[in-house]
Design a protein around this ligand. Structure first.
Ligand SMILES: [Zn+2]
Ligand SMILES: [Zn+2]
Length: 89
């Protein structure tokens, strides 16, 4: 019987337990109420954070702050207003 094997499986169990821990969004202070399992090395939290609506993105064209869900429509409007500005010039 190997003690190493026991230690290893205990570690694996501890790791799996960490994955299932309920984590909160890093932006919960900003008002995001997302919670979910942490995932491997926090992968679930990271995946949420990438599309979290409380994350502030800055538009590369007008430097206005927007959210991931509004970014797409903002970019369309923003580029439209930019091109109409160029045209009217
Ligand atoms: Zn969030
Ligand atoms: Zn913009």
């Amino acid at each position: 019987m190997s003690l190493d094997g026991v230690t290893l499986s205990l570690n694996a169990f501890a790791e799996a337990a960490v994955w299932l821990l309920e984590a909160r969004c890093p932006l919960s202070d900003e008002g995001c109420d997302w919670t979910g399992p942490l995932g491997a090395k926090g992968a679930n939290v990271q995946a949420h954070h990438e599309k979290c609506d409380f994350r502030v993105l800055t538009c590369p064209f007008c430097s206005e702050d927007t959210t991931p869900s509004e970014m797409e429509s903002h970019l369309e409007e923003c580029q439209e207003s930019l091109s109409s500005k160029t045209l009217s010039c």
